[in-house]
Design a binder for this molecule. Structure first.
Ligand SMILES: *[C@@H]1O[C@H](CO)[C@@H](O)[C@H](O)[C@H]1NC(C)=O
Ligand SMILES: *[C@@H]1O[C@H](CO)[C@@H](O)[C@H](O)[C@H]1NC(C)=O
Ligand SMILES: *[C@@H]1O[C@H](CO)[C@@H](O)[C@H](O)[C@H]1NC(C)=O
Ligand SMILES: *[C@@H]1O[C@H](CO)[C@@H](O)[C@H](O)[C@H]1NC(C)=O
Ligand SMILES: *[C@@H]1O[C@H](CO)[C@@H](O)[C@H](O)[C@H]1NC(C)=O
Ligand SMILES: *[C@@H]1O[C@H](CO)[C@@H](O)[C@H](O)[C@H]1NC(C)=O
Length: 483
């Protein structure tokens, strides 16, 4: 009798097991076609050894199981092995742990490989998880268009210096895609503090190599390269080691309703950096960082920025352009309805001596400044060393409009320093009202050098130094200067 019931039990058990396996196999079969596309499994990251060494105190959270060295005990309830439908690729289904400790890079790569095959698919990074992801490239030359990267959880950067080897230029990269959207309520956390101050141990948990120096080349947190129709919305990017969000060689870029957050004293942490990109719209963003909130570099044309809050930071800048005698071309840039709080400069154009090319058709409109050191700046003598060689060549600046720039400054209201050989032309100033902050005693008057243009309304303070009309000594442009 006992033997019989045991047999029955075993039979049922086997049946259940069989059913489970069958389901599992269907799943695996469905995924099988993606597996063939995988890259070499043994990336340096995948080979990284277990993280068991980290100090005791850092592990007493609810995922404490990771300490064993070889294989961390699975902490989370195990996710469904099948994606819910065939255009949704959840990183958890590809083995991501999301405990903030385990390296989930491979799961992200695999989820991407799968999503890449399906037009308008979605890579899902679910909320309430923190995914530790190493340097990663979501590369798209052979991907289907219009992929969505749904970021609701947090992606955290490794702080182990070995992972960054001798220095990488970016952490998360999307390249050569047609139609890519990053959206959601999630966060990209760069854990930059150990990069900003090499010596200072930070409060983050798990960093077994704090005593090792981070490389001197610091990565940009999120970079898009060579892509068309790019959208970034909803997310927060914070504490990047260097620039937070960068677009290079992109066209039709839309960034809105997102935030960048880093301390005002974090070195070189630009908010958004644009280079060689056209048809760009950035609006309804809050950008707080340690360098330019937005920086526009050479090759940009057709950029519209509006409804942005900037500060702390260095303001919104075009340049530095023309470094090392290079040619720079920037045109058709509009910055309007922007608030700046406590920034170093407000709206700024900066070029190095010796450059060529041009900056033209720029409009700064309705900028509210509050305790900004120098709200309006053109600096054609930009130099980040102690001194730079005087040169005659310069990037030519023309057609620069300032309309309704109002608020308070702490150092100097207006600084327009243009090249001797290539004066700025067609600068227009309209409704400029800049008041000094009372408590600062040492203030400068507006400054202009070789700046030509027109005042359309009286200004506060009066700007007497702008020269009327056109510069007479306008240099003949050579082919080399024409953009
Ligand atoms: C797949 O999932 C997404 C998100 O849940 C949903 O919008 C879409 O309609 C689903 N597609 C199918 C074919 O079920
Ligand atoms: C741009 O991307 C969006 C979202 O991915 C897509 O719906 C749209 O069709 C794309 N537009 C073009 C012109 O490719
Ligand atoms: C802005 O993004 C947040 C997510 O960070 C979202 O909850 C909100 O609905 C978005 N607002 C708009 C107007 O799109
Ligand atoms: C930006 O800040 C403003 C004011 O604090 C807030 O209302 C808005 O929701 C923020 N936008 C984003 C994208 O966080
Ligand atoms: C800048 O905009 C003007 C007017 O919208 C347009 O005619 C011109 O071609 C644009 N410049 C470039 C370099 O595309
Ligand atoms: C460059 O020119 C400025 C202004 O004429 C002058 O004050 C400065 O000393 C020169 N610098 C060098 C390195 O020659």
């Amino acid at each position: 009798m006992a033997g019989f019931s045991l047999k029955g039990f075993v039979a049922i058990f086997l049946l259940i097991l069989l059913l489970l396996c069958y389901n599992f196999e269907v799943c695996e079969a469905r995924r099988g076609k993606h597996w063939k596309q995988r890259r070499l499994p043994a990336s340096s990251l995948a080979k990284k050894k277990g993280k068991g060494k980290s100090g005791g105190g850092s592990h007493n959270n609810h995922h404490g199981g990771g300490g064993g060295g070889a294989k961390p005990a699975p902490p989370a309830p195990s996710p469904s092995p099948c994606p819910s439908n065939n255009s949704m690729f959840n990183v958890l289904d590809f083995g991501a742990k999301g405990d903030g400790v385990t390296d989930d890079t491979k799961a992200f790569e695999d989820a991407w490989m799968a999503a890449c095959q399906v037009e308008a698919s979605t890579v899902k990074v679910p909320s309430d998880y923190a995914f530790l992801v190493g340097p990663i490239s979501f590369s798209g030359p052979y991907c289907q268009p219009n992929i969505i990267f749904q970021l609701d959880g947090t992606i955290v950067a490794p702080t182990n210096s070995k992972i960054w080897s001798s220095g990488l230029l970016w952490w998360i990269e999307f390249t050569k895609l047609k139609g890519i959207t990053i959206q959601g309520q999630g966060t990209i956390e760069g854990r930059g503090s150990i990069w900003w101050s090499q010596s200072e141990p930070d409060n983050e948990p798990i960093n077994e190599d704090l005593d090792m120096k981070m490389p001197s080349i610091k990565p940009t947190a999120l970079r898009f390269y060579g892509s068309y129709n790019v959208t970034v919305t909803g997310i927060t990017i914070q504490n990047s080691p260097q620039c937070h969000l960068k677009f290079d060689n992109c066209e039709a870029v839309h960034v809105f309703n997102m935030s960048v957050t880093s301390p005002g004293d974090s070195l070189n942490t630009d908010g958004i950096h644009l280079q060689n990109s056209k048809d760009v719209a950035i609006h309804h963003c809050n950008l707080s960082c340690g360098d330019d909130c937005i920086s526009i570099q050479t090759g940009c044309n057709g950029v519209k920025i509006h409804n942005v809050n900037c500060g702390p930071g260095h303001g919104i800048s075009i340049g530095g352009l023309g470094r090392d005698d290079t040619k720079a071309c920037v045109s058709n840039i509009t910055v309007q309805d922007v608030n700046m709080y406590g920034t170093m400069t407000g709206v700024r154009i900066k070029t190095w001596q010796g450059g060529s090319g041009s900056v033209q058709n720029i409009r700064f409109s309705n900028i509210r400044v509050s305790e900004v050191q120098t709200p309006i700046v053109i600096d054609q003598f930009y130099c980040d060393r102690s001194s730079c060689k005087n040169q005659t060549n310069a990037v030519a600046l023309s057609s620069i409009a300032y309309e309704s720039i109002k608020g308070t400054y702490t150092v100097k209201p207006v600084h327009l320093a243009c090249s001797d050989n290539t004066p700025c032309s067609d600068i227009s100033l309209n409704e400029i009202e800049l008041q000094p902050m009372q408590e600062h005693y040492h203030m400068y008057d507006p400054f202009c050098w070789q700046a030509f243009g027109e005042l359309y309304t009286p200004t506060v303070p009066p700007i007497f130094c702008l020269q009327n009309g056109k510069p007479t000594s306008n240099r003949i442009l050579s082919d080399h200067d024409i953009c």
